[in-house]
Design a protein around this ligand. Structure first.
Ligand code: UPG
Ligand code: 3PG
Length: 321
């Protein structure tokens, strides 16, 4: 791990309960900030209502932390819109935002459009497929944006069990994160190696930053936003907050393959644009930092990654053997 990353982990990683709700409300009032929460949703009738109800109950009705709660329907064919509205969200269909520009499929498209349908100074994205949802996901990641003026982009971090039927593998979730996104980030954007959940769909940012970033239309959106925010705002403007455990609907391996391909395309696009694709030999000491939950929080461990080639055997000379 780079020294800058170790330093960043000390100064820009927090837990949700590091800031109390009264502290957040006082900071919100002092700064005059407004907060929008956006849930992108494609066929999430089973879960969207529970998430909306929890946010409305805990952060809108009980205290005025959230000013606006919007579900952006990504073209659902189930009753997502009705469930979200019944639970108290404003529901906006993606096609009704900027109607003159036909919508592209994908999650990033609805996040991008959501900026045109909301007005908060702080925008907080929450996936609509979460189960056992706790509103501390929202207050936790909005917190640093209210209390730390230098912070502009905050990701949630959490344990990710892999749950299928009655089988639970405690740290088995986040398969695309561990197999694709984390290696790519470590190799090409080592300053981002401290993010425990770089692909997580729960993050909050200042509108002033989000409106200056491109949004990949599909599942590349999280990786793209992270690397572009690093470039535009610098590492010290990025942060992460531990919000506990995240339970969600898991996709099958083929769907995750398509997601992984989209994420790799977004990464390659950023690398090609900045002329930064490198041969393995030209990478400065390739390393991979991974995280394990311990009593002290998420503990990093770093391994060297070897990618040295031996030459084809036919090229060996008598002197070599
Ligand atoms: O075309 C789409 C696809 C998804 N979604 C919504 O986006 C959220 C996350 O989608 P999901 O399919 O559950 O993603 P995951 O398999 O959980 O993928 C993880 O990794 C993705 C790539 O970084 C992120 O976009 C996700 O937020 C993150 O949870 C859910 O509310 C979906 O309903 C849309 O609104 N439109
Ligand atoms: O974020 C990820 O890595 C993908 O969404 C896959 O998550 P899962 O392995 O928890 O389903």
């Amino acid at each position: 791990m780079l020294d800058e990353v170790a330093d960043w982990l000390r100064h820009r990683s927090w837990a949700a309960d590091d800031r109390s709700l009264p502290e957040l409300l006082a900071a919100k009032e002092a700064t005059g900030s407004t907060v929008s929460v956006v849930l992108p949703a494609l066929d999430e009738e089973a879960t969207v209502g529970g998430i909306v109800s929890a946010i409305r109950r805990d952060l809108m009705d009980a205290v005025p932390l959230v000013d606006e709660l919007v579900v952006v329907d990504s073209g659902s064919s189930d009753r997502t819109g009705q469930a979200a509205a019944a639970a108290g969200a404003r529901v906006v269909h993606r096609d009704s935002i900027l109607p003159e520009l036909p919508a592209l499929p994908g999650k990033g498209e609805v996040l991008w459009r959501s900026l045109l349908a909301t007005s908060g100074d702080i925008v907080c994205f929450i996936d609509a497929d979460l189960r056992e949802f706790d509103s501390a996901f929202v207050s936790g990641i909005v917190g640093p944006l209210l209390t730390e003026p230098e912070v502009a982009f905050v990701k949630a971090m959490y344990d990710r069990p892999l749950e299928t039927g009655d089988t639970v593998i405690p740290a088995g979730g986040g398969r695309v994160t561990e197999l694709v996104a984390r290696p790519l980030l470590n190799l090409y954007w080592p300053l981002l190696a401290g993010f425990v959940q770089p692909l997580g769909g729960e993050y909050a940012a200042r509108r002033s930053l989000l409106e200056r970033l491109p949004f990949a239309t599909g599942y590349g959106v999280e990786l793209g936003l992270l690397v572009d925010a690093l470039e535009l705002a610098g590492l010290d403007a990025l942060a992460q907050v531990d919000v506990g455990v995240r339970h969600h609907r898991h996709q099958d391996a083929q769907a995750l393959g398509r997601m992984a391909a989209a994420i790799q395309l977004t990464a390659l696009d950023r690398l090609a644009r900045s002329n930064r694709i490198k041969a393995a030999d030209d990478l400065a000491r390739p390393r991979l930092t991974q995280f394990t939950r311990t009593a002290a929080g998420f503990t990093p461990s770093t391994a060297d990654i070897a990618a040295t080639d031996r030459p084809p055997v036919v090229t060996l000379t008598a002197n070599d053997v």
